[in-house]
Design a protein around this ligand. Structure first.
Ligand code: ZN
Length: 80
């Protein structure tokens, strides 16, 4: 197991699948089930170089998404 790289954190990274969000040009793109190393204490996320390349390919191609999700702004819950 790899020790967390965040200064002062005593956690270690474990393999998990995360929901990765990116904001290309103000847009919102969500990629689900992305393999990542996640610190079990502070939640710091590391992506393998291969994973980063895969994400870049996805964003370049921008094929039709597997599924879509509703997106809400937190501010909207304050207005109601
Ligand atoms: Zn940590």
């Amino acid at each position: 197991m790899t020790a967390c790289s965040i200064h002062g954190c005593v956690g270690t990274y474990e393999t998990r699948e995360i929901t990765h969000t990116v904001h290309p040009a103000g847009d919102l793109v969500v990629i689900d089930h992305v393999p990542a190393q996640v610190c079990n204490i502070c939640g710091d996320v590391l992506l393998e170089p291969d994973t980063v390349r895969g994400l870049e390919r996805l964003l370049e191609n921008r094929n039709a998404p597997t599924r879509t999700a509703p997106v809400y702004e937190y501010d909207d819950c304050l207005a109601g």
